[in-house]
Ligand binder design. Structure first.
Ligand SMILES: NC(=O)c1ccc[n+]([C@@H]2O[C@H](COP(=O)([O-])OP(=O)(O)OC[C@H]3O[C@@H](n4cnc5c(N)ncnc54)[C@H](O)[C@@H]3O)[C@@H](O)[C@H]2O)c1
Length: 254
């Protein structure tokens, strides 16, 4: 029996990016806390694996194979939920290029997925929560890139900074309706996203990140999922418009 404030029994969550990494870990944990979880991702096979994991642990999952840049598909999937208590907008892509080498099409692609994909998920969720007068919690996925301005992270960091602005603005606009909106800004986390860029430079960055952390390690997807669960649940009922940083202490902004 989970602590009551973390108990999501009877609630419904929608998770984008649920086919792998942080999205999968979050979907599984939200289900473990008792929520019915709607899992969305463009990777249908990965989605099926996530749903199987949830069901094998006695949870309830629905799958929505979709691309978050397809607004109509996303709207249809969110509106298919009978009720919606939690939106976790986690789907995202990595892109690295120096400022001087960045092409407009790189920026457009990253903004489409990492910002507009999150914006549209937030809009759909908030509309549904407002229409049903149910309140709810919206969790967005930013990144430690908002604190560092790391080399090569212009497109990625700009999109994540926009997600933070969206989070704060929406929190101000819908708070009076009992809807909370918060962002998670993880540090380096071991997921398919960080493995996919497996190169000597990538390995060196991971080692450096672990050394930079007072805890001496990089993150695991489950570390971030626990932050998502906290913000999704009543445990954070007086928290809105905030950025939670599961980053091992690599950055400690005020
Ligand atoms: N891993 C890290 O170090 C780290 C750090 C900070 C923030 N983040 C953020 O966390 C989120 C999850 O990242 P992750 O590390 O788990 O990456 P990941 O690549 O393991 O997972 C991302 C998921 O998003 C899905 N996705 C990507 N584009 C999509 C689209 N257009 N439509 C639908 N689904 C799409 C992918 O299929 C994948 O399942 C991202 O927003 C990422 O920017 C990750």
């Amino acid at each position: 029996m989970p602590l009551k404030a973390y108990d999501l029994t009877g609630r419904t969550a929608f998770v984008t990016g649920a086919a792998g990494g942080i999205g999968r870990a979050s979907a599984v944990l939200l289900a473990e806390a008792g929520a019915t979880v709607h899992c969305a991702d463009r990777d249908a096979e990965g989605l099926h694996e996530t749903a199987t994991l949830i069901k094998d642990h006695g949870g309830t999952a629905r799958t929505h194979p979709l691309d978050v840049t397809d607004r109509a598909q996303l709207a249809q999937a969110v509106r298919s939920c009978e009720r919606l208590d939690v939106m976790a907008a986690i789907a995202g892509i990595m892109h690295r290029s120096t400022v001087l080498e960045t092409r407009d099409e790189d920026l457009d692609r990253v903004l489409d997925v990492n910002f507009k994909g999150v914006l549209h998920a937030c809009q759909e969720a908030a509309w549904l929560m407002l229409a049903r007068r149910s309140g709810g919690s919206i969790v967005t996925m930013a990144s430690g890139a908002i604190d560092t301005g790391g080399p090569g992270l212009l497109c990625y960091g700009a999109a994540k900074a926009a997600v933070v602005q969206l989070t704060k603005t929406l929190a101000n606009e819908v708070g009076k309706h009992g809807i909370r909106v918060n962002a998670v800004a993880p540090g380096w986390t071991r997921t398919p996203m960080t493995d996919r860029h497996d190169s000597e430079e990538q390995r060196q960055t991971e080692t450096w990140m672990a050394r930079m952390s007072p805890l001496g390690r990089v993150g695991e997807a489950e570390d971030v999922a626990h932050a998502v669960l906290y913000l999704a649940s009543d445990a954070s009922s007086f928290t809105t418009g905030q950025i939670l940083r599961p980053n091992g202490g690599v950055a400690m902004p005020w």
